[in-house]
Design a protein around this ligand. Structure first.
Ligand code: SER
Length: 686
């Protein structure tokens, strides 16, 4: 069974158990409610898009789902090339949202792995781990091993939170999110006779390969604590809360499992890689499987070109920060491996793209739909980097000439500015008889990494840093705030949540974030900026300067402009006391700035006119890659292989202006079923 068949079998199996097939989310971590998960750089697990379902703040189309999710984990890029480490991989997953739990999850996994007609693996080649305190999981696995005549004591290993709680760190200081104990399933990669019988040692030696993780999602780690120095504010440490229901989240590595099923030594021998490896080997005129160093270079390129192609397909473009930076690094690493290790002359990367389509175009149609954009982006980035490499060489020569030597900080500079890996600079230095202080290089690198991690989140499945916040919630506050602003901009409602902002010295600033039960304020979404306006009560008033959504709540950033009488001229302690006493949980009148909203709406309509005109003039490959819709301007990002000519610009402008001058009506069709919308030709960019 190859990877393509495995993907199909997995879906078939879980459909036969009543699951509904759900589409993969994009690599940019957008969840099922359409919200960007700010804590993550990439979608790194099947569950990422489903967080709102686990939390019970959005409702799934079906209580159990099955997916094959595109994932990127870009934390250990340097590890890529070894037998199992990838930056892009597919995760097969079955999910239950308050439907079945531990017993069925374990039954299903066992049946799929060992059952006739499914994977049919020999139980002797498997073992499992469970969280050390999870006696239920142990008791559920035990009879499975006994039934096949194997000793459960040897086959079930109890481990601590580092390995058997997901995500790791959730029990202590990890970032907030749904979590739970997990049970991992391993496959033996060497003959039984080579095993030591010590699970930990064997796993470390890659003799046990993890292929599937079953997470029993039942808690929410809030990771938010009140300030212990300010107990007068009265908010207790919030830690682990039970989720509204018990859930299942499983993730099976497609490439790893396909490797096991094919009896291959590495994931690169599977059908989701082999066309790409063949293409690289042919372009380099070097055989794969002969020399370990060359093989590793080919594997790195094969991994990176897959990741880069999928990133670009999902609208990520190479840049110097965040996701774009990861993409740029991957492209540059591939080029260096190709030109230096494989000694490929000239540009080669975009020429490998057809092999990516051959390996993964079915089922991932975005690869062919966005093929032109992917090829062009790869080619442009490659041409620019080849030029940079030449400049980097020149810079290296300058430094040598100036100082007669090169130190660790120079090596970091060359890495940071020209993308020269340390080994490349060291090689050049070797030729001049100079040894670079690697320790010094690493210190400079680490400093830069810490800085970028702070700025962008850790880049793992859960990233980012949790800050201490204080939040007061009205006793009967709903989980969702409702948006009522499609047909009104003024609405009488009540305040349900309030959180003061503090300055560096932990003093209140007069700025707050508040939620309303129902709000006429449009929250920033799909490029459209959030509304501004006022929220007024008898006792107080807030000026609203932005509106945004998170986890089902619509938040208003605001400034307290009229104080409750008892708060005039008082300290932050008293604001805290007022929060606690519920002063602010009062009826309010919320009014969005109408003139500004109308300007924003006009600019929003204009982005659609612009998009349509661009497609008419340049072709239908033009798809929206991002946009900004503000009251005073709009920006529309799209990919097109080259710059626009003056004539093209003029035609687009004329077309948009004619449409505006025609003053046709704009009609709102609200809550239209997706199939009907498709029938009338609505454009859908998900
Ligand atoms: N979320 C778990 C993981 O990524 C299982 O899907 O391992």
């Amino acid at each position: 069974m190859n990877a393509r068949e495995l993907r199909k079998k997995y879906t078939e199996f879980f459909e036969s158990k009543g699951h509904m097939l759900h589409a993969s989310a994009p690599l940019v971590p957008i969840d099922v409610t359409g919200k960007l998960d700010q804590s993550l750089l990439f979608t790194g697990a099947g569950m990422v898009q489903f967080k709102p379902y686990f939390r019970g703040i959005a409702f799934p189309p079906h209580p159990s789902l099955v997916t094959s999710q595109k994932c990127v984990r870009a934390k250990d890029i340097e590890e890529v090339g070894n037998p199992a480490h990838l930056t892009f991989f597919e995760m097969l997953g079955n999910f239950s949202f308050g439907d079945y739990f531990k017993a069925s999850a374990i039954d299903y996994a066992w049946e799929f792995l060992t059952g006739e007609g499914w994977l049919g693996l020999d139980p002797k080649s498997l073992c499992v781990t469970v969280f050390e305190e999870d006696d239920d999981a142990y008791a559920l696995w035990e009879p499975k091993w006994i039934a096949v005549g194997l000793d459960p004591g040897e086959r079930i290993v109890r481990l601590g939170e580092d390995s058997n709680y997901w995500p790791a760190g959730a029990l202590s200081a990890g970032p907030p999110g749904p979590c739970g104990p997990c049970s991992e399933i391993f496959f033996r990669t060497v003959p039984e006779s080579e095993m030591t019988g010590d699970y930990v040692a064997d796993e470390k030696a890659d003799k046990w390969l993890e292929i599937w993780n079953l997470v029993f999602m039942q808690f929410e780690w809030r990771g938010v604590v009140s300030d212990p120095e300010r107990p007068h504010l009265g908010y207790t440490k919030q830690g682990m809360d039970p989720l509204p229901q018990q859930n299942i989240d499983t993730g099976m590595g497609l490439e790893r499992t396909a490797r096991v099923l094919g009896g291959f030594g590495t994931v690169y021998d599977t059908d989701v890689f082999s066309p790409i490896i063949r293409a690289i080997s042919s372009r380099a005129s070097k055989e794969y499987g002969v020399d370990e160093e060359l093989d590793r270079a080919m594997r790195v390129i094969a991994d990176h070109i897959r990741t880069a192609s999928f990133c670009i397909a999902d609208g990520i473009l190479p840049s110097n920060n965040g996701r774009g930076y990861v993409l740029r690094r991957l492209i540059r690493r591939s080029i260096l491996k190709g030109t230096r290790t494989l000694e490929i002359e000239g540009a080669f990367l975009s020429g490998l793209f057809p092999a990516v389509v051959e390996a993964l175009g079915d089922p991932y149609i975005e690869l062919s739909e966005r093929g032109e954009a992917i090829r062009v982006t790869l080619a442009q980035e490659e041409a620019a980097f080849l030029k940079t490499i030449r400049q980097g060489h020149d810079r290296f020569d300058d430094i040598m000439q100036e100082k007669g030597t090169i130190d660790g900080r120079d090596a970091f500079f060359l890495y940071d500015t020209f993308g020269f890996p340390f080994e490349v600079t060291q090689e050049l230095a070797d030729e001049k008889g100079v040894t670079i202080d690697e320790e010094e290089y690493r210190t400079a690198l680490k400093g830069a990494q810490d800085k970028s991690r702070k700025a962008h989140g850790a880049g793992d499945v859960f990233g980012g840093e949790s800050e201490a916040i204080i939040l007061a919630v009205a006793p009967d506050a709903p989980l969702h705030s409702a948006f009522v602003g499609y047909d009104r901009i003024r609405h009488a409602t009540r305040l349900t949540q309030i959180s003061p902002r503090f300055d560096k010295n932990q003093k209140t600033t007069g700025d707050f974030q508040v939620c309303l039960e129902e709000t006429p304020f449009y929250a920033e979404s799909g490029g459209q900026v959030g509304d501004t306006g006022v929220i007024e009560a008898e006792e107080f008033a807030f000026g609203i300067n932005n509106t945004w959504k998170e986890l089902g709540q619509i938040w208003h950033d605001c400034e307290l402009v009229r104080f409750p009488r008892e708060l005039v001229g008082v300290s932050d302690q008293e604001i805290g006391a007022a929060l606690q006493s519920g002063t602010f949980f009062a009826p309010v009148l919320a009014t969005a700035d109408a003139q500004r909203r109308l300007d924003i709406m006009r600019n929003h309509t204009a982005t659609h006119l612009l998009h349509a005109a661009l497609r008419n003039v340049l072709g239908t490959h033009v798809t929206q890659a991002g946009s900004l819709v503000a009251p005073d301007r709009l920006r529309f990002d799209f990919t097109h292989g080259k710059g626009m000519t003056d004539e093209e610009l003029a035609s687009v402008e004329n077309e948009v202006n004619e449409r505006i001058a025609a003053a046709s009506g704009v009609r709102v069709h609200q809550d239209v079923p997706i199939d009907e919308a498709r029938k009338v030709g609505a454009m859908m960019l998900f």
